[in-house]
Ligand binder design. Structure first.
Ligand SMILES: Nc1ncnc2c1ncn2[C@@H]1O[C@H](COP(=O)(O)OP(=O)(O)OP(=O)(O)O)[C@@H](O)[C@H]1O
Length: 618
């Protein structure tokens, strides 16, 4: 009963209930506990806000796919200059939830429960499940220590006796174990569980969680405050194991028997799974609480809070990168590129001109200034921004940020010193810099980059425009794959699709893509075959050593396997990498490549098969 609980809890809960707290009416199997929508801000049907909200829901749901952190923030807007129709959103899944459970909750929230909210067309809303919360708003809640909206939920059973002592135990459990563990959880996840294994007062299970970008200090303060003030973080306790017990850390060894209990330990009772100090405290506490007739008590309070920090650690996860953190001011870029001067022009591609720039801190950047008539729509632009920023691999070009001002759209990349591979391949004097070892290293590294896109990144990406001008080389001739504006975002199990809009570079395009618009990981393999095999052909030099010549023939052979007409016959990128790294692995004979009779063929020598059977005679 409420009177047995800290009065501030009651006060707060009544307050929350008054402000449109709605207990679940969901018919889905994942029942939500409550929803909150503000009363005064509405959007119109078919408005831009509604379109952006749908985009936000889509982003949140797709970012919950295989998300190991159970957390993601997102920002969608129509115009970064005016920030019109901006919507901020995030989800936070309970720390012990599996990735699939988290995905299911976020998907249910964004496809069913939030769109069909009890208060439709509200510009901000939050929905709480036992295992997850999802929130969106037209006002930024990023970086703010919000104390509202908040939700408290409790069961009808109460503490019959010694409520003070019970609450003291709860507080110590939080202060000594949970807040400390959660706060030190790192930048990806800040969540901890614990229990007091005490038959006299029943076993108590407790969970505390912060949004992972809080500093350890803020997280600690948040959880400790929440325990008393019911604000901000996620805290729950029950007398039954409501969380997955395997999420508990392994038990620590008991304290040495000679060590006497300290006075502080007595007042800090907590779990047998906690520190030694805590374990001791429980033993002392048990007799004191043995007479408590506690039937059952459970109190859940879930509040939301978000703090954005611009500074990111090296280990920052893909999920914690937000669009807003990538936003560059137009003036910053204008100054860096000396007002987009001709002297800083690096080149011009299909989507606009690329400028070299230097930021105030000395960092070199490459700015792609998208031409207004480039044909690249907002969707493609945002796709590139999101995909490139979240994908981090040493063989992928890194997107540092972007800028939108009126009709100006800029992408800011890390600067890569040696420009693109085609500048080396197709320039006779520069080609002398490409010895076979360098070529082999470049080929293997490109294969690694593509493999990451296809199989190792959280999102499955098909590049769709792999060619020598989209492979940039850094000062050490390490390749970095560029231009993800054409990439398409896929769900985990999706590896192919159809498009009525062909984008890519003829000559590198697989026949099924060029002719039918059908693209898949195998169409990227085809492009790699043209690039990888072609690179080897381009540097054939009669003065090469026999070993190098054998390796070159192998590379050409692999190129031919990649450009086979039938996509089923082409190897996957993981097989390609295996073949590239193992010289002893026997390679199957390639069937005739697509376009063999046309100029786009990579031009296999007529006697190629006989060369393969006796490579040393080449
Ligand atoms: N991050 C970068 N660092 C250094 N130079 C770059 C960078 N990005 C692009 N460039 C240079 O700018 C030129 C133009 O690049 P861009 O990507 O716009 O066109 P492209 O790849 O040549 O053609 P397309 O866009 O049609 O594929 C490149 O050839 C390269 O020399």
């Amino acid at each position: 009963m409420a009177q047995n609980i800290n009065p501030s809890f009651v006060h707060f809960s009544i307050f929350v209930l008054i402000i449109l707290l709605m207990i679940s009416k969901s018919t889905s199997s994942r029942r939500y506990l409550a929803q909150y929508c503000s009363n005064d801000t509405m959007f119109a049907n078919n408005s831009q806000y509604q379109a952006n909200l749908n985009t936000l829901f889509h982003y949140l749901s797709s970012n919950a796919t295989n998300n190991p952190n159970g957390y993601h923030q997102e920002l969608v807007f129509s115009d970064a200059n005016t920030m019109s129709d901006t919507i901020y959103g995030h989800f936070l899944c309970r720390g012990d939830q599996s990735t699939s459970s988290c995905h299911d909750y976020v998907t249910t929230a964004t496809t069913t429960d939030l769109p069909k909210t009890y208060y439709p067309n509200r510009k901000d809303a939050i929905i709480w499940y036992n295992e997850c919360l999802v929130r969106y708003s037209n006002n930024s809640f990023f970086g703010r220590m919000d104390e509202f909206p908040a939700m408290m939920y409790w069961n009808a059973n109460s503490i019959y006796n010694n409520e003070t002592r019970f609450m003291e135990l709860m507080k110590n459990m939080m202060n000594i174990v949970i807040a400390v563990r959660a706060a030190s959880g790192g930048s990806r996840k800040k969540s901890a569980t614990d229990y007091v294994n005490n038959t006299a007062i029943q076993t108590i299970y407790k969970l505390g969680q912060c949004t992972p970008d809080l500093t350890p200090n803020d997280c600690n303060t948040c959880l400790v405050d929440a325990d008393e003030n019911l604000v901000r973080c996620v805290v729950r306790y029950e007398v039954y194991p409501f969380f997955d017990l395997s999420s508990l850390p392994p038990p620590t060894p008991p304290p040495p028997p000679s060590q006497p209990p300290s006075p502080t330990a007595d007042s800090s009772s907590s779990s047998e799974h906690g520190s030694n100090k805590v374990a001791l405290a429980i033993r002392i506490t048990i007799p004191k609480v043995a007479l408590i007739a506690l039937a059952a008590v459970g109190l859940t309070f879930l509040c939301c809070k978000r703090r954005r920090t611009h500074k990111k650690t090296e280990n920052e996860s893909e999920e914690s990168i937000s669009l807003v953190s990538l936003l560059f001011r137009f003036d910053t870029v204008r100054v860096a590129t000396d007002n987009f001067s001709d002297a800083n022009k690096l080149g011009r591609g299909g989507f606009g001109t690329v400028y070299k720039g230097t930021l105030a801190n000395g960092q070199k950047i490459a700015v792609k200034r998208l031409a207004m008539d480039s044909g690249q729509g907002d969707g493609e632009f945002k796709t590139e921004v999101l995909l490139v920023a979240k994908l981090q691999h040493r063989n992928l070009i890194k997107l540092l940020g972007f800028c939108l001002k009126e009709k100006e759209r800029l992408l800011i990349y890390e600067f890569v010193a040696n420009t693109s591979l085609d500048n080396f391949l197709f320039d006779v004097s520069k080609r002398t810099n490409l010895n076979w070892e360098t070529c082999h290293k470049i080929t293997v590294s490109i294969a690694r980059g593509i493999l990451y896109l296809h199989e190792d990144s959280r999102l499955r990406i098909i590049h769709r425009d792999l060619n020598a001008s989209n492979v940039l080389l850094d000062a050490d001739m390490n390749p970095k794959i560029a231009d993800f504006g054409l990439a398409r975002l896929f769900g985990v199990d999706q590896t192919q699709g159809d498009t009525d809009r062909i984008v890519g570079t003829y000559g590198y395009m697989a026949p099924e893509y060029a002719m039918q618009g059908f693209f898949s990981v195998k169409s990227d393999v085809f492009s790699f075959g043209i690039l990888g095999g072609g690179t080897a052909l381009d540097i054939v030099d009669p003065t090469l050593s026999t070993r190098s010549r054998i390796e070159i023939i192998r590379s050409i052979h692999m190129g031919l396997l990649c450009v086979q007409e039938s996509m089923e016959d082409r190897p996957t990128m993981s097989s390609v990498l295996l073949m590239l790294s193992s010289q002893s692995l026997a390679l199957p004979a390639p069937s005739p490549p697509a376009f063999f009779t046309q100029t786009a063929s990579i031009g296999i020598p007529r006697n190629f098969n006989s060369m393969m059977s006796s490579p040393r005679e080449y």
